[in-house]
Write a protein that binds this ligand. Structure first.
Ligand SMILES: N[C@@H](CCC[C@H](N)C(=O)O)C(=O)O
Length: 334
């Protein structure tokens, strides 16, 4: 039997961590159930690979001409998401290096999205820009069931909270956004609400939803904290910060094409919210997300090792890049 050797590269965007698994490099393609099992195993924060991760980004050949490659997003719990804003920047770097290209498209579940190398956020910080799209406020695209509303804009959801005001938007993965004060941002409400909405049997978002609390620090300067579907609290959520930026801009009266500075527990990104004037685009609104794409290191394993419950992943040797030290310096300088 041919041994399947799998290289796993640990990467992050704003400390939202993933392993890149490139199907195109394997002696045989992994099945979806193998990918799901590997993701759950390596992402485990206690017993996984190199302190685990928030999920796995699977690279594969695109199914049609145009994009350089395809990205699939598998959450730490094995569920599949339609998009990942922090992840796609790292895949942009990965595919760009492989194919020696600086701007190109990546196939995702619902659209081929433009990515490009961007001006570094700081010296030695590899920085990429990604198109976040298609965007929809429709309840049917969000998997939202609340009082038969077709959309949820700036409204209370009484069963969640009698204080907080929510807007729901799919970018295209589903997000529930609430603008809050600093005490609420850092308090337990986010975890309480988001764990209920991701418990698998709530009637409002039966398929779960990413929940973000947003504090406005100054004009065009936000702090976003996210509890993600399929993961829990993460250091950052790229699509969550894009969704929050869009809701902020719309609630401020629609000042498009301005750069927003968005901080998160793991770092910062920049966003620009666009209103569509280009028929090539996938939806009325789209967001440019600019942020780091940091490579931490890589390890080589066999499928046999990954399938063996007695094989201790915590002891696997990782070839480190040294990039994290530079990222820490960048964060400290903010
Ligand atoms: N961290 C990601 C989002 C990953 C998917 C999400 N958990 C979902 O299930 O929709 C990002 O940076 O956007």
């Amino acid at each position: 039997m041919i041994q399947v050797e799998i290289s796993l590269t640990k990467v992050h965007g704003s400390d939202n961590e993933f392993f890149i698994l490139d199907q195109t490099k394997l002696s045989r393609k992994l099945t979806d159930s193998e990918i799901k099992a590997i993701t759950k195993r390596v992402s485990d924060r206690d017993n996984g690979l190199w302190q685990g991760a928030d999920g796995v980004l699977v690279v594969d050949e695109p199914t049609h001409s145009g994009p350089l490659g395809m990205m699939r997003v598998i959450n730490a719990d094995g569920s599949e998401a339609s998009m990942c804003g922090n992840g796609i920047r790292t895949i942009a770097r990965y595919l760009g290096q492989e194919h020696r290209q600086l701007n190109f498209k990546i196939q995702t579940m619902y659209a081929d999205l433009l990515v490009e190398q961007a001006t570094p956020l700081a010296p030695s910080i590899q920085t990429f820009q990604a198109e976040i799209s298609p965007i929809s406020f429709a309840a049917k695209d969000l998997g939202l069931h609340w009082q038969d509303l077709p959309e949820l804009h700036h409204q209370k959801i009484s069963v969640l909270s009698d204080q907080l005001i929510f807007t729901a938007v799919a970018v295209p993965n589903p997000h529930l956004i609430s603008f809050v004060d600093h005490e609420t941002l850092t308090g337990p409400e986010l975890g309480r609400i988001a764990s209920y909405l991701n418990n698998g049997d709530n009637p409002i978002f039966p398929d779960g939803v990413n929940v973000s609390f947003v504090e406005v620090l100054a004009a065009n300067h936000l702090f976003v904290r996210t509890y993600e579907r399929g993961v829990g609290y993460t250091n950052a959520c790229g699509t969550g910060m894009s969704a929050s930026s869009l809701v902020y801009v719309l609630e401020q009266g629609g000042h498009f094409e301005q750069e927003l500075n968005v901080q998160n527990p793991g770092g910062m990104v920049k966003t620009i919210v666009h209103e569509n004037t280009d028929t090539e685009r996938h939806s009325l609104y789209w967001v440019s997300l600019v942020g780091n794409a940091t490579f931490l290191g890589a390890a080589m394993l066999t499928l046999e090792q990954l399938n063996d419950p007695d094989f201790d992943l915590t002891q696997v040797h990782f070839e480190e890049t040294g990039e994290q030290e530079k990222y820490r310096q960048f964060i400290a300088s903010l």
